[in-house]
Design a protein around this ligand. Structure first.
Ligand SMILES: [Cu+2]
Length: 213
């Protein structure tokens, strides 16, 4: 848990630094000033594994304060899953940050489904994958793919999983054909193997409606 919290904190710190960089439509890859990795750092990646981050408080703050939508993922199909997903427009896409617990270990398919309805016990009410472009199913970064194809979330032996992905071309505008708003995020019980039509990822064990509170 500690390590995950640190990771979340690091992401959050990075996001905050990025926001402070100015109001231009800068790329999300912009380097965080003053955050150069330690001497041994060979990877140019953002400080995702930086130690001694902002602590646990920082992990909770920005998710709600950044203007994004926070969605609770509820258990379905008899699972014990818990989870949260946040959605925030970033550049020409939407950044999706997901964290789940009490989940079965391993890779689990994760998708945006077309209907904002998780009411069914098996989440069948969420409908099919969100696919406004009429593309075949695939896993990121493969293209083309359903706009709602988020790939797999890796769940640890302790049942904890975390994923962050920016979906280019999506937005959170009400009524927009490419909007994630009023759709749902679904966690599956099996790995998305990339197969047609929806990746053979099994039952829907978690579901959350993406809506403004
Ligand atoms: Cu799905």
């Amino acid at each position: 848990m500690k390590r995950l919290a640190t990771l979340v904190a690091s992401f959050s710190v990075f996001a905050m630094l990025g926001c402070g960089g100015g109001s231009s439509g800068a790329t999300p890859e912009a380097q965080a000033p003053g955050a150069a990795p330690p001497a041994t750092g060979e990877t140019p990646a953002p400080p995702a594994a930086t130690e001694g981050g902002g602590g646990e408080k920082a992990a909770e703050g920005p998710a709600k304060a950044g203007g994004g939508l926070e969605v609770t993922i509820e258990s379905r199909s008899g699972s014990q899953l818990t989870g949260t997903a946040t959605f925030a427009e970033e550049g020409d896409g939407v950044k999706v940050s997901v964290r789940i617990g009490n989940a079965p270990p391993g890779l689990k398919g994760l998708h945006i489904h077309e209907k904002g309805d998780c009411s069914a016990q098996d989440a069948s009410s969420a409908g099919d994958h969100f696919n406004p472009g009429g593309h075949p199913h695939a896993r990121p970064p493969d293209e083309p793919r359903h706009l709602g194809d988020l790939g797999n979330i890796g769940v640890s032996p302790e049942g904890v999983g975390q994923l962050e992905i920016v979906v280019k071309g999506a937005n959170l505008k009400p009524g927009d054909p490419n909007s994630f708003l009023d759709r749902s995020i679904v966690v599956h019980g099996k790995k998305d193997d990339g197969g047609q039509p929806t990746g053979n990822s099994g039952p829907r064990i978690g579901c959350g409606v993406i809506k403004k509170k």
